[in-house]
Design a binder for this molecule. Structure first.
Ligand code: HEC
Ligand code: HEC
Ligand code: HEC
Length: 494
């Protein structure tokens, strides 16, 4: 059997592939952090000395400062030194909060191109309507948002309108950010202003007429943008409300996990039931090696059903969801595709309380079931079982239960269960096919991460029909459910 070399391969160079800044400065507190932060911090530690002369003074100055920021009445100011000190504490706290919220919103992932400066934009997004590049959101006056007022920034986040009044494309998830509170948008704005300004102009969008007409988005917004800040539901718990706020707002989970109609609007009555979109296949697992793919291979990825459907998170516990968001894995799954990036740049940095709250909210979503319109024939199930037995069984077992990392387990075959798996049962099989073709490995490597799964494309070169049979088989065994996979679905993912 020959190894098929279908795309130019390069040995994985590990972290050299990633933008350096991302390697360095993004862990809160643990690592160097941006220069601006450190500067603020030193200033703060100098100024804080007089504050700690006495708790009463601190409290008084905090209260006084509150009064200033709320009413801004001259003449009510406390002694100048104290005002400056506590003002700085407040500002520092606001900026830290802004950084945290920007992380929850994953601004960095979409606004930092590989090898580029943090937040300077230029990341390309392939859509059905052309290629869009993200903007420079550093405080550069010439090429970024340095001249933007807070109101202009708020208008972009809430209504998808740029400072010059032009309409933005919803590749920027303002349809979700519209739910973010004033206070939180302010904090993000203040944080972004502390970044190092970078003069960089992203490439021009490549969109054919009529999609290059931004004014079209005015009509699109009328149809699909539901403006309005998140309103808490008083009959639900604090956790539920916090989780709903994060999932629906900054987390913009629906931007990927809600199916869209032909003109790109989220189908609201199927919210979070799993969609599909285009993203790179960054690398493949060949044997035990990770090989990067030189040319940008943009392919379809399907997203999981996050509702309580048996094909979604129905069987997951709140703790399992929280663990997945925090570490990239749990006993049921590991993040290997675009979700791994979400975890890498965003959810792993959220507090335990916040990921727990998101899990509480997700667990409360009533199941959205999808109809099976293409059942698999008994004959195809039989053929699929043979192929599964040859290629998958040594790790995922005949029962589909996988090989849990128990002390007596065969280390080489440790693998998650396919029973009840959300990737296996997703309405669209694209991600399942990607796993079979290119393998899977966790990008965030926290304790107890799953080992790598080798892809079949390179190791065995199975044809589209065999891969479709395996996929159809795992989607319809052990109680799993999913439409039959067509060999044509596999061809598209090569
Ligand atoms: C899913 C990808 C994605 C995420 C996440 C994202 N953005 Fe963007 N953003 C874009 C794209 C793409 C554009 C360009 C849209 C266009 O040109 O119409 C953009 C544009 C913007 C603009 C408009 C800039 C201008 O010059 O008009 C602002 C402001 C902005 N983003 C801020 C943010 C902030 C703040 C966050 C995090 C809370 C964020 N973005 C998260 C993709 C993203
Ligand atoms: C950029 C698109 C994108 C965004 C944004 C996104 N996801 Fe995902 N998600 C995916 C994809 C693709 C998968 C399939 C598995 C993978 O990529 O590793 C997935 C899978 C999942 C899974 C199932 C994992 C499994 O293997 O069974 C969960 C749970 C999940 N996402 C939760 C979330 C939550 C919560 C949010 C919001 C904070 C979110 N996702 C935002 C793309 C996205
Ligand atoms: C050498 C052992 C091994 C073999 C053989 C193997 N897998 Fe895997 N599989 C794994 C490991 C390990 C993971 C976890 C990878 C990760 O999360 O990064 C995995 C993950 C998966 C996932 C994603 C589960 C999730 O949600 O995280 C699917 C789907 C899958 N395998 C299907 C298959 C199919 C179908 C075959 C046969 C074509 C197969 N695997 C063969 C070890 C294996």
């Amino acid at each position: 059997m020959t190894i098929r070399n279908i795309f130019p391969l390069k040995r994985h160079k590990g972290s050299e592939q990633l933008p350096k800044v991302l390697e360095r400065g993004w862990d809160f507190g643990e690592q160097e952090g941006e220069a601006a932060f450190m500067k603020d911090r030193t200033m703060l530690s100098k100024l804080s000395a007089p504050i700690f002369l006495g708790l009463p003074v601190l409290i008084a100055s905090l209260i006084a400062n509150q009064a200033i920021s709320q009413t801004a009445l001259p003449g009510q100011s406390p002694a100048p030194a104290q005002a400056a000190a506590s003002g700085d504490t407040d500002r520092q706290a606001q900026i830290e909060k802004g950084k945290y919220l920007a992380t929850a919103g994953d601004c960095i992932a979409c606004h930092t191109r590989p090898g580029g400066e943090l937040f300077a934009g230029g990341v390309s997004f392939t859509t059905d309507f052309g290629t869009i590049y993200s903007a420079n959101i550093t405080p550069s006056s010439a090429t970024g948002i340095g001249k933007w007022t807070k109101d202009q920034f708020t208008r972009a986040m809430r209504h998808g309108i740029s400072a010059d009044g032009s309409y933005l494309y919803p590749a920027f998830p303002y349809t979700a950010y519209t739910k973010v509170s004033d206070e939180d948008i302010d904090a993000i704005y203040e944080y972004l202003r502390t970044l190092v300004p970078v003069d960089y102009t992203p490439p021009k969008n490549q969109m054919p007429f009529p999609f290059n007409q931004r004014l079209l988005m005015m009509i699109w917004n009328k149809m699909f943008l539901k403006e309005g800040v998140f309103k808490p539901n008083n009959s639900k718990s604090t956790d539920w409300n916090r989780g709903a706020y994060l999932v629906e707002g900054l987390g913009h989970c629906g931007a990927c996990h809600t199916p869209r109609n032909l003109i790109g609007g989220e189908i609201s009555d199927q919210a979070l039931s799993g969609g599909a979109y285009q993203d790179n296949i960054i690398d493949a697992v060949h044997g035990s090696e990770i090989v990067t793919i030189d040319d940008l291979m943009v392919r379809k990825w399907a997203t999981s059903n996050l509702t309580s459907s048996a094909r979604g998170l129905g069987e997951w516990s709140t703790d399992e969801i929280a663990a997945y968001l925090k570490t990239g894995h749990n006993a049921r799954a590991g993040a290997f595709g675009p979700m791994a990036e979400v975890i890498k740049y965003s959810t792993q940095y959220l507090t335990d309380e916040d990921v727990h709250a998101m899990a509480v909210y997700l667990k409360s979503l009533p199941p959205i079931q999808q109809e099976i319109s293409r059942p698999v024939s008994a004959e195809k199930m039989k053929q699929g079982e043979i192929a599964y037995s040859a290629r998958c069984v040594s790790c995922h077992q005949p029962t589909g239960l996988g090989t849990p990392p128990a002390p007596n387990a065969d280390r080489a075959h440790i693998s998650p269960p396919l029973v009840g798996n959300t990737v296996v049962q997703a309405q669209d099989p694209a991600t399942l096919i990607n796993v079979i073709l290119y393998g899977a490995h966790e990008i965030v490597q926290k304790e107890n991460a799953w080992p790598k799964m080798p892809g079949l494309e390179l190791d065995f070169g199975l044809d589209d029909n065999k891969i479709a049979l395996i996929a159809s088989y795992v989607r319809n065994s052990w109680g799993n459910q999913g439409d039959a996979v067509d060999p044509k679905d596999v061809t598209k993912q090569r």
